[in-house]
Design a protein around this ligand. Structure first.
Ligand SMILES: [Zn+2]
Length: 679
């Protein structure tokens, strides 16, 4: 049970009462102070450059202290109910970002950092004794080097030029997808199978004198049609239109691939993947390719079984409809028969389950579970001073020592101008202050669960409960972390590990024991989800899991294949590369005459040589869950505490692989993940 107190015991380092004018002033001051500070560092004589004179002040001023203020300024644009504040916040945030980029390319500062390394090497100064200090030095130096600051001026200029070109191409690539206006017209009959509310927002027209609808290619149109349209011709036509968009992106992608190789070469790496993976848990392309290959081999036999099962459904349906059966599971069949299978075999209805998951009870129980597993205590502030009346504020304490650990905000319902997804915002990272005391973290969970109505509380779908649990996982990663430098706090871990703690916690939402704790019928709180409903729900977790994981493996592999290339041939046929690999990995052919790679935005913006990360972290999260928690008890506080002290507490202050090995007591592997899928 979450207890309440009237006032916070520890003042939050964040301020929610700023005016737009104050935000602008604060931003200007931050930039002015930053410039002053940089000048001081630039003026340090080379023979005085040491960890204490250069690195520690940089860590303190440019990371520890300023990041909290920057996050405070930035957060208003996502959550403030006041438009002027949101606008000011966006404007200031952009200014700060630009200043940040300028700073990261400051060669004079880099030279001082490089001097520190040199002076330690020559024995002039001692290397820092604290391993986290040593890590700070190494990571800082590496960041500058990866930005090209160690290069001679002409090479650096060339790198900057290539970077600019690449940025423009990826903007064009994304814009082409965003601005695509492809539509198809279907008659009402052709859309048979779709529910009435699907038609509500569609533009009406006529086709061959019949009532018809204009359908665009956005997810809310595309996925329902592929899942529900009874007519195979309709699904086929939809997929064809979807897969033929943005053809000019083929050349853009080719150009981007070749620019990335050139940039990697200038920096001294054989391929873009080598460059990208250097700072990831995976470390190098071979590790990623081996990982994907091993999963593929083990999943394909099950994938074949799943395809067979879907084909049986198809055959049966075709016979009933008196239509020819071709014995092939086409791309446009997959989501349709998958949906049919779930409905037929598991009879799970979202709406029924929802009645048992009112948001306040779920929140209370969920926090209770976190309290138990992680040995913490959540205390709610009664009348918090926050940015909107919907927002709740909690203080988190260590259950044994009663020590304050951090502050959490929950902002769960939609409103105008608010961020539209669910996410955790790490507003303040913890760090050791110069006076020896510790600055504690603050994190906000922002989501858009439906608001209560006059007659019903906000009711959550099971998938929303999972999202809630996942995002709270990030929140508690922030809160349970304790590091010396903010750069390593909480979720500041390798990009291919950051999802693992949250993915692991999602497993709780698929356990009978937990679903029973979480559920309370909104009309009668003593009523729990019926056992048979829980059991069928749990069974749906792994329906066609092999096929869907093989799809992820395919995306990860094509991304790696393109980014490990050491040169781009003129006659590189991206469509063929895509189609061949797709057939080989997924065993379901890509639809002929389509080129979905032109809308695969991930590999253009941010997930280049990084798509594998989704599966990578999931496989290791399964290893932690099924090898450690599940055998001893998923609510066992001893395992939970060990997990908290090894994985969460250390954040990014040590390599994720090292932490994982310490927690597991061995090298991680994919066995638990495969076993959870029944392999
Ligand atoms: Zn996440």
């Amino acid at each position: 049970m979450v207890s309440t107190i009237v006032n916070p015991t520890t003042p939050s380092p964040l301020n929610w009462s700023y005016t737009p004018e104050e935000l602008r002033k604060l931003t200007d001051k931050l930039i002015e102070d930053g410039k002053q500070f940089d000048k001081q560092i630039e003026e340090i004589p080379d023979d005085e450059c040491s960890f204490e004179t250069v690195i520690a002040p940089l860590g303190r001023k440019t990371e520890n202290e300023s990041e909290v203020i920057e996050a405070n300024i930035d957060f208003f644009q996502h959550v403030s109910p006041n438009k002027d504040l949101r606008d000011a916040s966006a404007e200031c945030s952009l200014k700060l970002q630009e200043f940040g980029i300028e700073r990261s390319m400051n060669k004079k500062i880099y030279q001082k950092v490089a001097k520190v390394v040199e002076n330690i090497k020559s024995g002039k100064f001692k290397a820092p004794e604290n391993p986290e200090d040593q890590r700070l030095l190494e990571k800082m130096e590496l960041d500058y080097r990866r930005s090209g600051l160690a290069l001679p001026d002409d090479k650096l200029a060339e790198l900057k030029e290539l970077k600019k070109k690449l940025t423009n191409i990826s903007i064009e690539f994304s814009r082409s997808i965003a601005e695509d206006k492809t539509t198809r017209v279907f008659t009402k009959k052709e859309l048979d199978g779709l529910s009435e509310d699907f038609f509500e927002n569609l533009e009406k027209t006529t086709k061959d004198g019949e009532e018809a609808y204009v359908v665009d290619m956005k997810y809310p149109s595309y996925f329902p049609i592929l899942k529900l349209a009874k007519s195979e011709e309709t699904r086929k036509a939809m997929m064809l239109a979807y897969g033929q968009r943005c053809k000019p992106n083929l050349d853009r992608l080719k150009e981007a691939l070749s620019l990335r190789i050139k940039m990697a070469n200038i920096l001294g790496y054989p391929s873009h993947s080598h460059f990208k993976l250097e700072t990831k848990m995976a470390k190098n392309p071979k590790n990623v390719l081996d990982f994907l290959q091993s999963l593929k081999e083990k999943l394909q036999p099950l994938g074949k079984e799943e395809i067979k099962k879907l084909l049986e459904l198809k055959k049966q349906e075709k016979e009933e409809l008196n239509q020819p059966y071709d014995g092939i599971l086409h791309d446009w069949d997959l989501r349709y028969y998958n949906r049919m299978l779930i409905e037929k075999e598991y009879a799970v209805k979202d709406d029924e389950i929802k009645q048992y998951l009112p948001i306040n009870e779920v929140t209370e129980e969920m926090l209770g579970i976190y309290e138990k597993i992680f040995s913490i205590k959540c205390v709610e502030i009664k009348n918090p001073v926050v940015w909107h009346p919907d927002v709740r504020q909690l203080e988190i304490y260590d259950k044994k020592t009663n020590d304050y650990m951090g502050t959490v905000y929950l902002d769960l319902h939609p409103r105008e101008g608010k961020y539209t997804h669910a996410a955790c915002f790490g507003l303040a990272s913890g760090y050791d202050k110069e006076d020896g005391s510790h600055a504690y973290p603050v994190a906000a969970m922002v989501a858009n669960f439906s608001k209560p109505t006059a007659t019903k509380p906000s009711l959550l779908k099971h998938s929303e409960v999972t999202t809630y649990y996942h995002e709270l996982g990030h929140v508690f990663h922030q809160i349970c972390s304790h590091t010396k430098w903010s750069r390593f706090h909480g979720t500041n871990v390798e990009r291919d590990f950051v999802e693992a703690p949250s993915q692991m916690l999602e497993n709780w939402c698929w356990e009978e024991e937990v679903l029973e704790i979480l559920s309370h019928h909104y009309q009668d709180k003593s009523k729990k989800l019926p056992k048979d409903l829980i059991q069928s729900l749990i069974k749906t977790k792994n329906v066609n899991a092999a096929i869907f994981n093989l799809r992820q493996i395919f995306y990860g592999t094509i991304d790696m294949k393109l980014h490990t290339m050491e040169k781009v041939d003129n006659d590189l046929d991206l469509i063929k590369v895509y189609d061949d690999l797709r057939k080989e990995v997924m065993m379901i052919e890509n639809m002929p005459d389509t080129w979905p790679i032109t809308t695969f935005d991930h590999i253009m913006s941010g997930y280049d040589s990084g798509y594998y990360g989704y599966l990578w972290s999931e496989v290791f999260s399964a290893d932690m869950y099924f090898s450690k928690f599940k055998p001893i008890g998923i609510l066992n506080p001893e395992v939970g505490e060990k997990y908290r002290n090894i994985i969460l507490k250390n954040g990014g202050s040590r390599d994720a692989m090292e932490l994982l090995k310490e927690f597991l007591g061995r090298e991680p592997n994919n066995e638990a993940f495969l076993k959870s899928l029944g392999i």
